[in-house]
Write a protein that binds this ligand. Structure first.
Ligand code: TXA
Ligand code: MG
Length: 348
């Protein structure tokens, strides 16, 4: 156990001065969890291989799953990756950086193997959250950061989630309020004239198609990889976002799904439903959680991980979830929910 300091920062009026100690910690090789617009990250100096090794230990992360490097400005990416590799990079950078997009490019020597787990590529992201930006600026170095959860658990969208997972394991947690988006960044890899979508997020498939029609969606976005397949993004092969109770996605006619949910709730199961479903339960039931309206994909993205974590504080034996849309940000919601389910689905 190490002592974990918790520092509370108002994201509306953050100053670099307030983050001086946190920045010092990063430069000294310590681990600092911080808010971003997507989820909380667990940061270390991306140029310090042994600091990055500590991230894997603190999370219990498999040693073949690479980290994202966070920089202040898209122009800084040149130092760490070959940004001229694809003419699409400047266009994407101009449109989506800073913001919830991560781009994979050929790496430069300066990035240690501990970050990329020996791959020839590096993932780069330029967050727009004011606290993340002030931390990178105060540290004066790029920050390698995966999501700040124990490996396999849903990503943290509040400082409380990080405290639950990481207290005693890292040096500092910066509490800068709840994450806006609630799901991790969109991850893409670039070829000369093509974008490959590896992990959907708030930057949507349509957003990417507006840049080029040449976008390929990795099959691993909506399908389980077979055990011998080598994933393009190593993170895709691991069990993810899993609460303690198993999760199953349920599809079918509304009436059937609701009747099924009512029955399962009585049997002691947790229910993840839409706002429109709530009136069908005859009272407010504490293990029935709405992700938001059926079409409100932003709300669903924002609430999914909190809801999955909520069930860990209950004794539900199983969680049943509504099937979500794949439109727009719904593709990211569905991608995370399917992984939380271990791809378990039933059709009524
Ligand atoms: O929103 C986010 O992206 C958050 C915040 C903290 O920035 N970070 C995050 O990191 O979600 P993490 O480590 O939980 O997910 C990073 C994903 C993993 O699936 C990893 O395999 C993939 O990005 N990745 C990283 N570097 C890669 C590379 N060089 N090639 C392929 N995939 C890579
Ligand atoms: Mg993660």
């Amino acid at each position: 156990m190490i002592k974990t300091e918790v520092l509370t920062i108002d994201p509306e009026q953050v100053s670099e001065q307030e983050l001086k100690l946190a920045g010092d910690y990063i430069r000294q090789g310590k681990l600092v969890a911080f808010p971003t617009e997507t989820v909380y990250g667990l940061g270390a100096n991306a140029l310090d291989g042994s600091a990055c090794d500590r991230i894997f230990d603190a999370k219990g992360r498999p040693h073949d799953n690479p980290l994202i490097v966070h920089v202040l400005d898209p122009k800084d990416c040149d130092r760490y990756a070959d940004t001229e590799y694809s003419p699409l990079f400047p266009v994407l950078a101009e449109r989506f950086m800073p913001g919830p997009l991560t781009v994979i490019l050929p790496k430069k020597e300066i990035i240690p193997d501990a970050v990329t787990v020996g791959l020839k590529t590096v993932a780069l992201r330029c967050p727009c959250h004011p606290v993340a930006r002030a931390l990178i600026s105060s540290a004066g170095v790029p920050i390698a950061a995966p999501s700040a959860n124990r490996s396999g658990k849903p990503s943290p969208t509040t400082a409380k989630h990080v405290i639950d997972d990481m207290l005693g394991r890292i040096d500092m947690i910066i509490d800068g309020g709840d994450a806006d988006v609630g799901l991790e960044s969109t991850v893409i890899s670039l070829e000369k004239d093509k974008i490959k979508l590896l992990r959907p997020g708030f930057v949507t498939l349509d957003d990417l198609l507006n840049i080029t029609p040449n976008v390929e969606v990795s099959p691993s976005v909506l399908e389980a990889l077979s055990t011998d397949e080598k994933p393009e993004s190593p993170g895709m092969k691991y069990k993810h976002y899993a609460p303690n109770a198993p999760v199953t996605m349920v599809s079918g006619a509304d009436n059937d799904v609701i009747a099924y949910f009512i029955q399962k709730e009585k049997e002691g199961c947790g229910i993840l439903c839409f706002e429109e479903d709530l009136p069908f339960f005859d009272q407010e039931l504490k293990n029935v959680i709405s992700l938001g309206a059926r079409d409100d994909v932003k709300s669903q993205a924002n609430r999914l991980f909190s809801a999955l974590r909520f069930f860990d504080k209950t004794n539900v034996s199983h969680i049943y979830a509504r099937e979500t849309t794949c439109d727009s940000i719904g593709l990211a919601v569905t991608n995370r929910l399917l992984r939380a389910c271990g791809f378990q689905k039933i059709k009524l």
